[in-house]
Ligand binder design. Sequence first.
Ligand SMILES: [Zn+2]
Length: 440
Amino acid sequence: MRFRSLVLLLVVLAASFAVPVSRAQSPAQTNAQQASQAQTPEKPAYSLPPEKLKQAIAYSRIRVVLDFAESGWGIVMLVLLLALGIARWMQDVAVGASGNRWVQGFLFTFLFLFITTLLMLPLDMYGHHESVRFGQSVQGWGSWFGDQAKSFGLTFVLGGLFVMLLFWVIGRSPRRWWFWFWIPAMAAAVFGVFISPMVIDPMFNKFEPLEKTNPALVERLEQVVQRGGISIPPDRMFLMKASEKVTGLNAYVTGFGPSKRVVVWDTSVQKATPDEILFIFGHEMGHYVLGHIRSTVEFIGLLLLIEFYLGYRGIGWLIRRYGGRWRVESQNDWAMLVALMLVFSVLSFISEPIVNGYSRAHEHAADVYGQEAIHGIVADPQTTAQQAFQLLGEASLTDPNPNRFVEFWTFSHPSVASRAAFAAAYNPWVPGGHPKYFKR
Ligand SMILES: [Zn+2]
């Protein structure tokens, strides 16, 4: 896990529910796909015209290479920082600058973040360049760098606080810090999910009341909300000006308790039919009603506890074995943080397929929920859902036939092709059918 991603775990947690576009396939879905293909062998539920297909394959290939390159380079980069003595040098600079622990901790955090961000920048820039080239992003470099700077500032402040807390806990409990630090880390993650729609999201995008521009859509979303048996009043529905930066579409529910809200991207309003927006929204509402946010926090929490423990054991081993060469003598050294991030990066890469497999199961359940939620509200839920996936896939240049291994390792959602095929085949309202989440 990159340092930045550890600190912004909470943002990622919230954001993981905000991207309906995607990928991989469960056996049940494969059956659904085969069933639907048997009915209509000439055309799969999700397909692209030849020119778009070429682009989609090229773009997917670039994203996959970038994805693995970022993980790989993230690990190599940390090894280099340690082996070349840069980690120790950062510590010497921090300790030399002041006797005050707070100054040292924040200065070390700044140096570490600054150097790793610079080393990652070429890959990040290449990724943005390609997403512009393939029409996925319309964000100019000025605005893009502005976002990077904001994210850097945010990570620096939050990260610095976490670093101070971590070293304080390590000082108090050298053998059990992995557990005692895990508790405030989890509390911060939960608080982050709560606060980010109000504080962090508006730093990166503009929001306005959905009712202002789309009162008719609000009325129909309310029908779906009521059918789901939850309460989200119209003044908690927002339009996000996503079109200033991206071309993909989305609608989601975020926050909890008093910060709970519905967000519809303006790109969705421009490109999708109201029926399709209702389905996308129904899917996102499914995450809420089915308790996915809570169970994901619990799942990630458990994983984090294991990672913290392995982090503790990992740096013990690294310091014993390489501490002399790296001049990182104990877990109380600021430079230890680089070794800890190295252990986290490796663990995070290894656990990627576990986290993604867990997420794909949730996404499939939300698809089922979404389709059932719009029954009786839209004329033809099957076609609506299938067309929504066609639109999402086309807009985000999704490859209809992704590589199986890449799906297994990196896809947080089932493949668009399998989701579209499932949608086209799924009708629990026929005689003898059994809706999973709603009464007939
Ligand atoms: Zn989802």
